[in-house]
Design a protein. Structure first.
Lengths: 356, 260
C-alpha cells in the first residue's frame, strides 16, 4: 500500500491528526485564523462517523479549556485550540491544569496583538507560552511546528508528552502555518484507548481509595512541597525533552535562531548567504520549552554572532542571550503586528549587522 | 480503636439499637463548615443518595470555589476541584466523554450565579445530562460575607454595608427561574434543609436529579436555599428564622419545572 499523502491546510492537519491519533475530545470556540480546526472536525463528525471522538463548540474559550480539564481529569485525551486573544482567556485553566497535574493539548495559532490586534500571523505569544502565562510558578512543554507535516505530527507527540509528565502541552503555531497548504503524510488510524488510569476520576471502585483532582493545598508546607515536586518535573523536561533542528551549523561562523514560520523564511536566508560565500547556519528550536540552551552554549564557542529572527519585538532572544551568556553578539530582527518578514529583508539585516 | 468506637461497642453490648449509620460515602474528616450551616446536611444527603442508588463507583462530583472548595475532603467519591464558576464546563467534559457516569456539580451562589453565569446557562441550554446542586445563601461566605448576586434588597453585607441598593447594585438574580425556561433543563426545583420535613423533601429532589441522568432528557437543577449564619451575623436559629421570613419570599420553595 502506498503512503497516505494529502494536501492540507495547517489547521486541517491538526484536526485530522486529532482524529487519527485517537483523541477522545476536542472542545473549541471559533476565532480567526484557526477556525478551520473546529470546522473540519464538525464536518468529519468523528463522534458519529469515525472514532467516537467528542467535538463540542463551547460558549467561550474559557468553557472550552475547562471542558478539557474535566475530560483530562478522567484520563481522557482532550484538546482545545484557539488564537492569541482566546489563549489569553484560557490561561487561568492552564495554570489549574498544571497545578492539578492534568495532561492535555492546547493549540495556539498565533495572530498579531496586543488586544484584538489583527488576524495576520505573529509570534508575539512566545513569553506567554514558555514563561508560564497564567498565575503561579509553572512551565509546560511548548512545541513549535514549522511545516504542515509538523502541525500533524505534534498532535501525537503533544499527547505523548502530556501523559508522560501529566502536564499540559502547547503547540505554538502561527497564522501562516495554520493557513498555508502543504502535503502531509498521514499516519494510520489509532484506536481511542479508553484506559482506566489509576489517578483519574472514573468513579471510585471498592478496590481503591477515592481519587480527587485539585490544585488547592491550603497548608503552605504542603503547597510548597507540591511546588517542589512540579519544579522537579519541569527539570526532567529540560533534561530529556529538548528538541531542535540544525541546518549547516557544522562550519558556520554565524547562525540564525528561529522557530515556526520564521525558521522557514530563514532557511531561504541560509541559501542566499551560502551563495554569497557567507558561512551562515540555522538552529531551529522545535521545543521552545525546554529551550535548546545547552546546544546554543556549545555552538557559541565557534560562532561570531547570532541573529534571532522572530515575528515579535524580540522575545525568544532573551533565552538565546541567556544561553550564550554574552560570549558573542546576539541581535534581533523581526516584524510585529502581523507583518511577515521576507528572506531578503532578513539577509540584508544580517549583512548590515555583522558584515559591515 | 478510637474512643467513639469503644463507646459504640459498649452501647451495643448494653443492648442499644442501631438506628442510624453515617453513609460510607462521607469520609471521617470533620466538616470545616460553621456550626448551623446547611452545607453539612446537603453533603450528607447527596452522599446518602449516591450510596442508596448504588452508583458510588459510577459517580463523579465537582467541587467549586467557595466554602465547599474542599468538598472532596468530605465526600468519599471521585471528585474534581474546578476553577471559580467553571464546574458546569468540567461536568460537560466528563459527561460527554463518559456518558454512562453520574456527574454532579456542587456550587454556591457566587460561583454559579456570578462568575459562572455563562457556564451555567450554556450547560443548561445544551441539556447536559448532569445534576447541578446550587446552594444559595445570598452571600459570599468563604471570603467573609460580601454581596452576592442573590443578596436580597436592603441586605447588609461587607460590600453593601448600607444595604443592597438596587439603583447601584442591581437586582437579586434568580438563575433557577431563568434556567427553568430553557428547553435543555428537565427538572428544576428549589428546596431547603432547615427542618426535618424539608430535609426529606430535599433528599427526594436530589434522588430525582440522579435518577434523571439515566433518562438522557436534560439537566436537573436543584437549588437549596440555605442559611449563612456567620455571614449574616446571626445565631443559627435566628438565621433560619430570617431565611424563612426573607429568603423564601424572594426564593420560594417548590418545584419549578417538572418532567412532562
Amino acid at each position: 500500500m502506498g503512503e497516505d499523502i494529502q494536501l492540507m491546510k495547517g489547521n486541517e492537519a491538526i484536526a485530522e491528526a486529532a482524529i487519527r491519533f485517537g483523541v477522545d475530545a476536542y472542545f473549541g470556540y471559533p476565532i480567526t485564523p484557526q477556525s478551520e480546526i473546529i470546522e473540519y472536525l464538525a464536518y468529519e463528525d468523528p463522534y458519529n462517523k469515525r472514532t467516537g471522538m467528542v467535538v463540542i463548540q463551547a460558549e467561550s474559550e474559557i468553557a472550552a479549556i475547562n471542558m478539557v480539564y474535566g475530560a483530562a481529569a478522567c484520563g481522557k485525551k482532550a484538546m482545545t485550540s484557539s488564537s492569541s486573544p482566546g489563549i489569553s482567556l484560557k490561561q487561568e485553566a492552564i495554570s489549574y491544569m498544571v497545578g492539578a497535574e492534568l495532561p492535555g493539548l492546547i493549540v495556539n495559532v498565533v495572530r498579531g496583538g496586543p488586544g484584538l490586534g489583527t488576524i495576520q500571523p505573529s509570534q508575539a505569544d512566545y513569553f506567554q507560552s514558555v514563561k508560564g502565562g497564567g498565575h503561579g510558578d509553572y512551565n509546560m512543554i511548548v512545541l513549535a511546528p514549522s511545516t504542515v507535516q509538523e502541525q500533524y505530527d505534534h498532535v501525537g507527540l503533544g499527547f505523548e508528552l502530556a501523559f508522560k509528565y501529566r502536564n499540559p502541552v502547547m503547540i505554538l503555531s502561527d497564522g501562516a502555518i495554520g493557513q498555508m497548504m502543504e502535503k502531509v503524510t498521514l499516519t494510520p488510524q489509532l484506536p481511542r484507548e479508553n484506559k482506566i488510569l489509576d489517578w483519574a476520576t472514573t468513579g471510585k471502585t471498592p478496590d481503591r481509595e477515592r481519587n480527587y483532582i485539585t490544585s488547592l493545598y491550603l497548608d503552605p508546607e504542603v503547597q510548597e512541597n507540591h511546588n517542589i515536586k512540579l519544579q522537579a518535573k519541569f527539570q526532567r523536561m529540560k533534561d530529556t525533552e529538548v528538541r531542535y533542528e540544525e541546518i549547516m551549523t557544522d562550519d558556520a561562523e554565524y547562525i540564525i535562531v528561529a522557530y515556526g514560520i520564521s525558521a522557514r523564511i530563514s532557511q531561504t536566508v541560509i541559501t542566499m548567504a551560502r551563495k554569497n560565500g557567507i558561512k551562515l547556519g540555522l538552529l531551529r528550536p522545535i521545543t521552545l520549552f525546554p529551550f535548546p540552551s545547552k546546544r546554543l552554549f556549545e555552538l557559541s564557542d565557534s560562532l561570531k554572532g547570532i541573529l534571532c529572527v522572530e515575528m515579535s519585538a524580540g522575545q525568544m532572544i532573551e533565552d538565546v542571550e541567556l544561553a550564550v551568556r554574552c560570549k558573542i553578539p546576539v541581535y534581533h530582527y523581526g516584524r510585529m503586528g502581523g507583518g511577515v518578514t521576507s528572506s531578503t529583508e532578513v539577509f540584508e539585516k544580517f549583512v548590515s549587522l555583522f558584515l559591515k | 480503636m478510637s474512643d467513639i468506637e469503644t463507646y459504640k461497642k459498649e452501647l451495643l453490648a448494653q443492648g442499644a439499637k442501631k438506628i442510624f449509620t453515617k453513609t460510607k460515602n462521607l469520609t471521617d474528616t470533620p466538616f470545616s463548615y460553621c456550626g448551623g450551616c446547611g452545607h453539612g446536611v446537603v453533603h450528607r444527603l447527596i452522599m446518602e443518595v449516591v450510596e442508596e442508588l448504588n452508583i458510588t463507583h459510577d459517580t463523579i462530583g465537582i467541587a467549586p470555589v467557595g466554602c465547599t472548595a474542599i468538598a472532596y475532603e468530605f465526600m468519599n467519591i471521585d471528585m474534581q476541584q474546578a476553577a471559580h464558576g467553571r464546574a458546569p464546563a468540567l461536568a460537560t467534559g466528563i459527561k460527554r466523554t463518559m456518558p454512562d457516569k453520574y456527574v454532579f456539580t456542587y456550587q454556591g451562589d457566587g460561583d454559579l450565579a456570578a462568575i459562572g453565569t455563562g457556564e451555567t446557562i450554556h450547560a443548561c441550554n445544551r441539556g447536559e445530562n448532569i445534576a447541578i446542586f446550587f446552594v444559595n445563601n445570598g452571600i459570599y461566605g468563604m471570603t467573609g460575607g460580601q454581596m452576592a448576586p442573590t443578596t436580597l434588597p436592603g441586605m447588609v453585607s461587607s460590600t453593601s454595608p448600607y444595604g443592597r441598593n438596587m439603583d447601584t447594585h442591581g437586582y437579586p438574580l434568580s438563575l433557577t427561574e431563568l434556567v427553568a425556561k430553557l428547553p435543555g433543563t428537565y427538572y428544576v426545583t428549589r428546596q431547603s434543609v432547615h427542618t426535618p420535613a424539608n430535609v426529606r423533601k430535599c433528599k427526594k429532589a436530589i434522588q430525582t436529579a440522579f435518577e434523571n441522568q439515566k433518562l438522557n432528557k436534560g439537566l436537573s437543577f436543584v437549588e437549596i436555599v440555605s442559611n449563612c449564619n456567620s455571614g449574616w451575623k446571626m445565631t443559627p436559629v435566628e438565621s433560619n428564622k430570617w431565611m424563612e421570613e426573607n429568603m423564601f419570599r424572594s426564593y420560594p420553595l417548590g418545584d419549578i419545572k417538572l418532567p412532562q
